[in-house]
Design a binder for this molecule. Sequence first.
Ligand SMILES: [Zn+2]
Length: 392
Amino acid sequence: MLNEPVGTVAGAGALLAILRDGQARTRAELVQLTGLARSTVSQRLDALLTHQWIVPTEDAISSGGRPAVAFAFNSSARVVLSADLGATHARVAVTDLATTVLAERTSDLAIDKGPEPTLQWLLDTFLEFLDETGHTVEQVCGVGVGLPGPVEHASGRPINPPIMPGWDGFPVPKWLGERLGAAVLVDNDVNIMALGEHWAARPEADQLVFVKIGTGIGCGIISDRRLHRGAQGAAGDIGHVRVSSAADVVCRCGNTGCLEAVAGGASVAAKLAAAGVPASNSRDVVNLVRQGNTQAVQLIRQAGREVGDVLASIVNFFNPAVIVIGGDIAEAGEHVLAGVREVIYSRSLPLATQHLSIRTSELGDRAGVVGAAVMVIEHVLAPGTVDRAVLR
Ligand SMILES: [Zn+2]
């Protein structure tokens, strides 16, 4: 028995996974749920209590005889630092382990200033937040960052990001990790938006596709309730899929015929400007749609159809339960949805569309910052990570 505790405590992460649903449970209930010996459950609970991952609840549960103490997940055990960095603005937050936002701020930020000034600003903002919310750097369990470009997932490095000069290959996790002493996870903005939306709005969906239509277009894929990043982290880059209506149109990637070149916010704004309607970006387009500008409404609906054309193939290939449309252009609401739905329902297989839900994002521009926190929480609270932490 004396040699056993290490192996016994090593299952603490799995026990914590049970308690993460927020329901408090007694020792006896956990013994029954896991089929483990009472002594094993006790040792694992002790390890989790020592590291403050769980707390005894105030209301003891009575089962006839002596009241028994129940244990609950302690979502305020640590804090998460989270950032969604876009091309021209950023949203930064500090959250608890249940993604409850403790402090949050949006700010103008030009990502093309390069990595060091941007990350220094981010670091300063994080430290201010910790101060404001009464936390220390030691309480930070991890940092999640979303970037507006392709990110190699294993290293957290941006790879040839088109709108981020100076960032190619920059070791973002190392730079922030050395200064904050915590794990740093980096992903592209669309992936974290998919994570955030799935977690907060559609946790029951096993298969979900989150489509961001902003200046550019991309999608994040949730498969079997997990983010599907692909071999290198490039999965979901639908903005540069070839569409027939864009045959001769040159895209910012250098190719011709890309979806983004005919349906992205920048493209729609350019078409409006060419028709004499003042618009220079996706926000202008959305404002015009809200004002009822006929040309803007028609163009946004057509952009929805173009996106729907590509999504119709994805629906046949991947059979998602939910498609969520997010990003700036999604603020145009029903007009863009109508175009997307029209093509998907006429082009995809009936079996694949029978129960398919197509809707706009519930989290809106907060999806990214919530998702960056989710990415960290899922990593930190993964059973293997918790086991390593309690054995340290
Ligand atoms: Zn392209």
